[in-house]
Design a protein around this ligand. Sequence first.
Ligand SMILES: [Zn+2]
Ligand SMILES: [Zn+2]
Length: 373
Amino acid sequence: MSHEFYSILGVEPSATPEEIKKAYRKKAMEHHPDRHQGDKGKEADFKKINEAYATLSDEQKKAHYDRFWTSETMWQWGFGGQGFGAEFNMGDIFETFFNGGGGFGGSASGGRRREVGEDLELELDITFEESYRGVKKEIAFTKKVICSDCKGSGAKSKDSVATCPDCGGAGKVRRRVQTLFGVMEQATSCDRCGGTGKVIRDACSGCKGKKYVSQKRTRTIDVPAGIDDEMTIKLRDEGHEGIDGSGDLFVHFRVPNEFENLTRDEHHLVCTIKFDPVEFVLGTKREIDIPILGKREIDVKPGTDPNSQLVFRHEGFPNISTKAGPRGNLIVLIALEIPKKLTRKERELYEAIAKEKKLDTYDSKGFFGKLFE
Ligand SMILES: [Zn+2]
Ligand SMILES: [Zn+2]
């Protein structure tokens, strides 16, 4: 006879605050008086659930309860026989979750479980250039749709639907549960009919009674310019269909890069161009061919440092996360390429410079001699 509050919520004493909160929400939903109008037993259960949660969701009260397996209020109404304190407002905690409540989509939904379709996910490869320019892509996928033969009832005809024998059409069944307060009755959604109160005698031949059929779909999607590798687009309501609404379709993008010297850095486009050391020293102008964008005139001023950047404003990717503001830039990275092999003439000229600057260097035979000590 310990840890009753935990069994009321149906959690272990080791449950985390998140698990307790989740369990409470579920129990409170099941027992909310809105769903069981005039049922005094239900109302009492609901109070107990709230009371248990009031203690277990409060760090201090929970610590006290864990230690002594009791709370002040529990003595009052649990063992003192005074019933529930009149000051206890069962709406209080509940409203903190549901913003004032207002029921669960009305009592018309009864005990039927909501059936919202599952989300769909697929991967889509686009090229680096397509990610820069944007592209229309056709995607093909298979999704669950509501069977058109039975309109989602799963039954062959109206006559093949019967009242559920387990719940007598109520959609709810009562279960007897042992708690601190004695045996309590709880109403839960009927397993046999899923809370609909109806069972099917003759299944629809179109869907074999499953209510849904698989269907191949194609769709053209507008992939906006600026989509990066590992980004995802959500297409609302394009997922599997459900009686109560469709899931969403998530398209995950992969952007393999086919270019060697072109990369993406956030929303900048970075093109690496290699230059000879002499070009760095003396400066040069060169027309280069930038993949995707075409020709650009590159002006490398005399005395440029390796890995300097030339910036062409607003020629990069659109800023897709904010969908506003300027595009990123095209950045041309001036990279240094050191010649690994020299012609004899080149070697002579380099050595002449070394001599002129009194620099100790290796000679052509790989010998290092200190010439200028
Ligand atoms: Zn039933
Ligand atoms: Zn069907």
